[in-house]
Design a protein around this ligand. Structure first.
Ligand code: NDP
Ligand code: 2IT
Length: 447
């Protein structure tokens, strides 16, 4: 079996040699899905996985824009349309200086499996730009978004490809992108998700990724009769996902002791309560400040410059910042400190060495494609509401989100339970995500 996996990876590596993140994401899927294919006759000899690692389309374009001083800049824009076998391409846009083809292909590939797991009819895609929103004025952000959409608009549509937010893209950016699309197409359609509430957005979409990550962790804990009550939780990041993961964990009775950004992390031994979280939201979402400002406001907290939170003792860890932010040594430290549950809010935050350590220690580990699927699932619910021209209440959307996270958990248990009873959520998510897309691809022939 290992020889089959190695041969497959060799072929993928030869074609995508300079794409380490993409190869990392594919390797993880190959290791669990290739053995499954081998033992399931219908998928044999169809090269389905080889077809799935090749984007249906990858678009790359110039994004010129003018700053407040009148200087002209050029960034690179992308949209990877990975797989549309089960629905229109769906996935976020990331604006961050690290964005490149490898990162967007890994994200688009993960998105195909994640969207399949949500039970909703959505294919997978991802896009973005190496534009750095940090330190830019509102007007500069608007001009950049308008320029980006003046090319992207010809490749997307409510039945073709429906982008949303990701790192560096929130409601403000979606607003500017939507405005430009609407003007260019002369259409008001559900072409983007994460829209504002008065112009086609869904209640709970801002909360959905963070809430879903906690709901999924709750599902895992419940398999052993455990819960969030009284637990110590470390969270990384301080953006959209981290904020709402913190909110839900606190609501469920946990104490969240850390948050971070790319400059370091804050440790608050008293816990980040509702009032402190409101401060973080204002700091990050309105003033666009840095996390170290937290200790000016709450002097009993400590800022650890240039460090990640994984050295702090906790019961539950929620990595909600970015890929490969938690390595093998971090995982070993977490385990040694008694951590029993890791639920990924970010995409691929744990390195392969970290995942192996979690599996060896037999603790609960949920890969992002399962545990952070609540965001895109609620985007799917936004699309449904747009098509119905109707809005559901907060309670209705939250209930549907919970149900979807339950269903994803059940599927992971179905496909991921090992002979010794340990639930390998990586295997479960990969196989369950694969089956739906593969069956659709088989039914539609070689297209
Ligand atoms: P935001 O832009 O709102 O926040 C990102 C946070 O992560 C910030 O605190 C940022 O710090 C930190 N961060 C980003 N890059 C790095 C880095 N290289 N090193 C350290 N910290 C970093 O993004 P989101 O909260 O939306 O996204 C966070 C993660 O969740 C991403 O992996 C994203 O793909 C994933 N995700 C998001 C979904 C959504 O609906 N938004 C859905 C599913 C997954 P700083 O400000 O210093 O850059
Ligand atoms: O990684 C993700 O799932 C997202 N950034 C959300 C995508 C979406 O279409 O809502």
């Amino acid at each position: 079996m290992q020889a089959k996996i190695d041969a497959f990876m060799e072929e993928v590596r030869a074609r995508n040699a300079h794409e380490p993140e993409f190869l990392q994401a594919v390797q993880e899927v190959a290791e669990t899905v290739i053995p499954y294919i081998a033992s399931n006759e219908i998928y044999n000899g169809k090269n389905i996985l080889l077809r799935m690692v090749e984007p249906e389309r990858a678009i790359m374009f110039r994004v010129p824009w003018v700053d407040d001083k009148g200087e002209i800049h050029v960034n690179r824009g992308y949209r990877i349309q990975m797989n549309s076998a089960i629905g229109p391409y769906k996935g976020g846009l990331r604006f961050h200086p690290s964005v490149n083809l490898s990162i967007l292909k890994f994200l688009a590939f993960e998105q195909v499996f994640k969207n399949s797991l949500t039970t909703l009819p959505m294919g997978g895609g991802k896009g973005g730009s190496d534009f750095d929103p940090k330190g830019k004025s509102d007007d500069e952000i608007m001009r950049f978004c308008h320029s980006f959409m003046s090319e992207l608009f010809r490749h997307i549509g409510p039945n073709t490809d429906v982008p949303a937010g990701d790192i560096g893209v929130g409601t403000r950016e979606i607003g500017y992108l939507f405005g430009k699309y609407r003007r260019m197409k002369n259409e008001f359609t559900g072409v983007l998700t994460g829209k504002g509430i008065t112009w086609g957005g869904s209640l709970i979409r801002p909360e959905a990724t963070g809430y879903g990550t906690v709901y999924f962790a709750q599902n895992m804990l419940e398999t052993k009769g455990d819960s969030f009550k009284g637990k110590i939780v470390t969270v990384s990041g301080s953006g959209n996902v981290a904020q709402y993961a913190t909110e839900k964990a606190v609501q469920l009775g946990a104490k969240v002791i850390t948050l971070s950004d790319s400059s370091g992390y804050i440790y608050d031994k008293d816990g980040i309560d509702k009032e402190k979280l409101a401060f973080i939201m204002e700091l990050k979402n309105e003033r666009r400040g840095r996390i170290n400002e937290y200790v000016d406001k709450y002097p009993s907290a400590v800022f650890h410059k240039g460090k990640t939170p994984w050295g702090e003792k906790c019961d539950i860890a929620l990595p909600c910042a970015t890929q490969n932010e938690l390595n093998g040594d971090d995982a070993k430290t977490l385990i040694a400190n008694g951590c029993v549950c890791v639920s990924e809010g970010a995409n691929m935050p744990s390195t392969p060495e970290a995942i192996a350590a979690f599996h060896d220690a037999k603790i609960f580990f949920a890969p992002g494609k399962a545990s952070n699927a609540g965001g895109v699932a609620t985007s799917g619910l936004e699309m449904t509401q747009n098509s119905l021209r109707f809005n559901w209440t907060r309670e209705e959307v939250d209930e549907k989100l919970k149900q979807i996270m339950n269903d994803i958990h059940k599927k992971c248990v179905q496909y991921g339970t090992d002979d010794n009873g340990y639930i390998d959520y990586v295997k479960g998510a990969n196989i369950a995500g694969f089956v739906k897309v593969a069956d659709a691809m088989l039914a539609q022939g070689v297209v």
